[in-house]
Write a protein of this length. Structure first.
Length: 86
C-alpha cells in the first residue's frame, strides 16, 4: 500500500445576500466542515482569525502549508481545492 504524501481540503465560498461579506466553509472530507461565518475561523488554539476577503483566507491557509490546486463555481458558490504535504 502506498504511503499518503498529501491531503486535500475544499474552501466553499458563498456571497451573503445584500452584503459585501462572504461565508466560507472548509471541507476536510471525513473530518467534516469548519464554517467561517462572518469571515472568521478558529485556529488550532481556538483563536479567532478574521478575514476581510477570500484572499485573506487563502493567505492564512497558505501560512498553514496549504497550496491552491483548482477551482470551480456552481449556483453562486465558489469552490477552491487546496492540498498540503504531510
Amino acid at each position: 500500500m502506498a504511503t499518503q504524501t498529501e491531503i486535500y481540503c475544499m474552501l466553499k465560498v458563498t456571497p451573503q445576500l445584500l452584503s459585501t461579506k462572504v461565508e466560507i466553509k472548509v471541507d476536510y472530507g471525513e473530518n467534516g466542515f469548519i464554517a467561517l461565518a462572518g469571515n472568521e475561523l478558529k485556529d488550532e488554539n481556538e483563536v479567532v482569525k478574521k478575514f476581510t476577503s477570500i484572499v485573506d483566507a487563502f493567505n492564512y491557509m497558505a501560512s498553514l502549508g496549504w497550496q491552491y490546486v483548482d477551482s470551480s463555481a456552481s449556483m453562486g458558490e465558489f469552490q477552491y481545492i487546496m492540498k498540503k504535504l504531510i
